[in-house]
Design a protein around this ligand. Sequence first.
Ligand code: ADP
Ligand code: ASP
Ligand code: MG
Length: 815
Amino acid sequence: MNILKFGGTSVGSAAGIRALISILREQDQQPYPVVVLSAMSGVTNLLQTMAEKANLGEDYSVELKTIEEKHFEVIRTLLPAAAQNPVYTRLKIYLNELEDILGSVSLLKELSAQTRDLILSYGERCSVLMISHIAKLEFPDAIGVDGSDLIKTDSHFGQAKVDMPLTEILIRDYYQANEGKLLIVTGFISSNPEGRTTTLGRGGSDYTAAIWGSALGASRIEIWTDVNGMLTADPRMVEKAFSLPELSYTEAMELSYFGAKVIYPPTMIPAFLKRIPIVIKNSFEPSFEGTYIRHDVQSSNLPIKGISSIDEISVLNLSGSGMVGKAGFSGRLFSLLSREQINVILITQSSSEHSITFAVNPADALKALAIISKEFELELQAKKLEYPQVENGLSVLAIVGENMKRTPGMSGKLFHALGRNGVNVRAIAQGSSEYNISVILSKTDLSKAVNAVHDAFFADRKKTLHVFCLGTGNIGQTLFRQLLVQGPLLAVNNDLEVKVMGISNSRMMYLSPQGIDLAQWPQELEQFAEPADLKEFVARMKAMNLPNCVFVDNTASANPVNYYQQILESSISLVTCNKIGNSAEYEQYAAFKDAARKHGVDFMYETNVGAGLPIIRTLKDLMMSGDNIFSIEAILSGTISYIFNNYKDQVLFHEVVKEAQDKGYTEPDPRDDLNGKDFMRKMLILARDAGYPLEADDVQIESMLPPACLAAASVPEFYEELEKNAAYFEGLKEEAAAAGKVLRYIGKLENGKVVIGLQMVDDSHPFYMLSGSDNIISFTTDRYKDRPLVIKGPGAGAEVTAAGVFADIINTGKQ
Ligand code: ADP
Ligand code: ASP
Ligand code: MG
C-alpha cells in the first residue's frame, strides 16, 4: 500500500485536482492508497494573514472572500450542479466557524499559538472536504478524514512533537475500521492530549504522509508536488537546476533542512526508521521518474547532490574570555535556547573557543538576545562576556552530498567559486558527518553565490558567462556575430553559454536581466535603449550582481579605462582590446593586475598586441613555466609591415605609402602609423608583461622618417616631403639589397630596454620572409635559444581582433 501526498499547488486549482484524480486512477485500487492533502496553495498564508490582522483589529474580509472563492470555483468546475450544494453548505459551515474564531481574536486582540494553529487548520479541512467529494464521483469508496484526532502531539503549538507510539496505534485502528475505503486525509494538522488542534510546522503535510506510512507499513510514500522531484538547487533561483534521480535519507534531510522546501525535513525520520522509500513526483508531469529517497542508493559520480539556501537568517555572536576553557559553556547556551524553543540553524565556534557564532530565524533573534542577556548577566557584568551582537540580512548556503566525504577539495572548490565572484563568507560550518558544508553570506549575494556554486560543481552542465559589452563599432559588431554563430557549438562542445546582459556605445545603452538576443541586438538597442551613461552602466552591472561576470571594452577610448579598477575590485573579469589602459602609466597597469589578482578575477588583453595572435598568452606561459626571456623582437604594425614588405624593386617609398593608404591599411594621416607610437604602446605592454616596469618615455623610437616628413603641415605636404626624400629611402634600399638584406622596422626588447628602429636583416633572420601586412614576433629564451619561437599572422582587422576578444571571454570561463 502506498501513501500519496498532494501538496498545495497540486490541489491549488481545478487543473491540479483533475491531475490528482487521474494519478489516483493509475494506482492499485485494492488496497487503495492513503491520500494526504495540503491546503490549496496560498490558503495557509491567507489564514496566517487573517489571524495577524484579526489580532490587530484590522479587517480580514478580503482574505476570507478569497479563500471562499478559491474553493467555490473548483466546486463549480469539477462537480456537477446537483452535487455542488451539499459541498457548498459544508464548506460554508467551516468558513463560518473560522469567521467566529477570527471574530473572537479581533475582539480580544489576543492571538495565542493555540488559536493560530486552530485557524491554520481550516486550510486542510476545507481542501479535504472539497476534494473527497470530487473523488467520490469516480471512487465511491472515498471518504474525507479529519486526521487531526489521529496524530497525537505535545502542546508545542506551531511545531508540535508527535507521540509516535500512540499515533501509530490510532492510525492503524482507524485504518482497520475503515477497510476498503479510499481515505483522503488532512495533512499538517494534529492534536494535543486535550484534543486541541496543533500543527506539525509549515510544510508539515509531507510529515503527515510519512507518519501514516510508518503506522501502516506502507511500501512507499509519494510526495506529489509541482516540480520534477528534488533538484540540485531551488529552481526559482537557479535556472539550470536539474532533477536528482536518487538521494539518501541523510542527503534529503540536509538539503531540506537548509532550505529545499520541496520536502519537509522531519518527513525523512519515520521513513528512514521503517526503511520506506519516499518518491518526490510532479503532479503536472506524472510520467517523469522523480526523485527516490531510500536506503542503498547507488553511488553517483556527482561531487555533491545539491545546493540549498535559507534566505533570511540572523546571526548572533558571543565572545569573551569567560568562554575560554569553560567546560559546559556552549552546553549551557544551547540548552537555554532549546528550552525556549529557539531553533539554532547552525553553529560555528572558533578553535580558540573565544567566540561562538550561531544562526537563528530572524523572528527568534531578539528573544534569543534577551534570554542570553538574562542567563549570562553575571558574566556580562564582570565583562567576561561581550554583549552579544545580532546581525541581520544574512543567508545560509549549503552544499550537500555523501560523496563529499570521499572527495577531497570540495571546500576549496566552494570557496574558489565564492571568492572569484566577490562573495564574502561571514562564517563557515561543516557538519561532523561531512555531508554538508554551509556558509553564511550577505543576503544580497545569495542568488549570485548559489548560481556560481552550481556552475562550479556541475561544470559538466552548462556554465553561463554574463557579459557586458562596451562598443558597437567594427569589433563589437563582429564579436556579437561570432557569439551568435558560435553559441550553439559552445554549449555542446564546451558546456558554456555566453549571455550578453548589457550593451553600450557612446550614444546609448541597454541592460537586460533576461539577456540580449544577439540575433537582433540593434533592434533591441533601438527599441529599449536609454542615453549612454558609462557610470550608470557600470553601476547597474554591479547591482545585477551576477555570477561569472565579464566586462568587455571594445572601444579605443580613454573613458572606460577610468572604471577598470572598480570593475576588477567588484570581482568582475575584464577583457579589453583597448590599449589605452595598459600603455598609460606603469602604476595604473600594475594596479589593474593587482586588483585582478586580489579579487580572483581575470584581466585579459590578448588583442592589445597583434590582435588575435596568441602573443600575450605565449609570453605568459613561457614565464609561468620558468623560461627565461632573453629578447623579444617584433613587427607589430600591419601598416609598417606592408610598406617594407613591398618596398622593393623599382617602386619608390612614397608610392608604397600611398598604396598602403589606398588599400585602407593606414590611419587617415599615415604618420600616425609611421611615427611608431602605436607600435611603441604594444612593445611597452609586452615589456611590462615580461616584468619590466617601463614608462612610455623609456622606449627609444628611432624614426624611420626624416624630420621634415614628420614636420609637414598636411598630408599632401607630407607626401611631397616623402618624395623629396626619395633618394634617402632609395639609398637605404640599395644598401640593403647590396648586402643581400631587406629593410624591416623592428621593435626589440633586450635587457629591459626597448628600441624601435629600422634594421637590415638577412635571410637567416626570421623576419626576412615576412609578407603582406602580417605581424611577427620572435621570443628568444632559454628554451628557444638557437631557433627562436616565432608567431606570425595577420595582426589587425575586426574579424581577428573580435576572435581574440572572444577567446579571452571564453578563457575567463575556464576558472
Ligand atoms: P507543495 O505545495 O507541493 O508542498 P512546496 O511549495 O512546499 O510544494 O515545495 C515545492 C517547491 O519547492 C518547488 O516549487 C520549488 O520552487 C521549491 N524548491 C526549493 N528548493 C528546491 C529543490 N532543491 N528542488 C525542488 N524544489 C525546490
Ligand atoms: N498547508 C501547510 C503549509 O502551507 C502545510 C503544507 O502545505 O504542507 O504550510
Ligand atoms: Mg510543501
